[in-house]
Write a protein that binds this ligand. Structure first.
Ligand code: ADP
Ligand code: MG
Length: 250
């Protein structure tokens, strides 16, 4: 398995509080790595460091052999190769922008020619259809859509740059259960077609079981267990993992 991203001894402190105590893991090309743990365990902090929103207190992230954080500066030269979808599609989509401008926004950082090509009407139509929406939706505004549709829009915005890594931070947690499955299946279809690597974050073990090939269990900013999905779910070793799994059964 070829490694595409390496998180090395990542530490993050907020004031006196240690949110991440030195976590390490790798993402292998084409896999879905599920990051689980209850609320406050540090999942989003990891995601935010990888995409450049937070800086690490120590440790680092290596993407395709290059250090993303150097001297407290984020430098991902290959722009748009790591993208993220957040939990709440209500707050993550600007209500004043049309869907067309929302999904093409990540292209603003690209040179004009690429922007013109990827942002062409033809391409945007293809993109919006690939997430299960229609051409006429491009000219509408976020409030005209349901939660599930908004998350489809957020996914379209994330994949317009053809990322190699897509980070999904609780992408279905704000949605009705019936809609959750549709979004998970959409993500599976997209991955199959585009061969992307997913870092899938959730506090919901059932969701992680459904989508992940490998799983890491985070507890208070440390991994307590990591392994193949089957191994984690069939023979969990750590009591905390057992507790999370038993919560699926209700
Ligand atoms: P998760 O995504 O697993 O719910 P987070 O990574 O969001 O957890 O947060 C981990 C811990 O770090 C929490 O206790 C949270 O309160 C704290 N934390 C996160 N961001 C900040 C911040 N900007 N300032 C202070 N504390 C924070
Ligand atoms: Mg979170």
């Amino acid at each position: 398995m070829e490694s595409i991203l390496e998180v090395k001894e990542l530490k993050k402190v907020f004031g006196e509080f240690t949110a991440l105590g030195g976590v390490s893991f790798e993402l292998y090309k084409g896999e879905t790595f599920g990051l689980v743990g209850e609320s406050g365990s540090g999942k989003s902090t990891i995601a935010n460091i990888i995409v450049g929103i937070h800086s690490p207190s120590s440790g680092g992230v290596i993407f395709k052999k290059k250090e993303l954080w150097k001297n407290n500066k984020y430098n991902c030269n290959e722009y748009g190769k790591i993208q993220i979808v957040f939990q709440d599609p209500r707050s993550s989509l600007d209500p004043r922008m049309t869907i067309k401008s929302i999904v093409s926004e990540p292209l603003l950082a690209f040179p004009k020619e690429i922007r013109r090509e990827k942002g062409s009407r033809e391409n945007l139509v293809k993109l919006i259809k690939s997430v299960g929406l229609q051409e006429q939706h491009l000219d509408r505004y976020p409030h005209e859509f349901s939660g599930g549709q908004r998350q489809r829009i957020a996914i379209a915005r994330a994949i317009i740059t053809e990322p190699e890594i897509l980070i999904l931070d609780e992408p279905t947690s704000a949605l009705d259960v019936s809609v959750q499955a549709q979004i998970l299946n959409l993500l599976k279809d997209i991955q199959r077609e585009k061969h992307m690597t997913y870092l899938f974050i959730s506090h919901n073990m059932a969701v992680v079981k459904y989508i992940s090939s490998r799983v890491g269990v985070l507890y208070k900013g440390e991994f307590v267990e990591m392994g193949n999905s089957k191994q984690i779910f069939d023979c969990p070793e750590h009591d905390y993992t057992k507790k999370l799994i038993s919560s699926i059964l209700g």
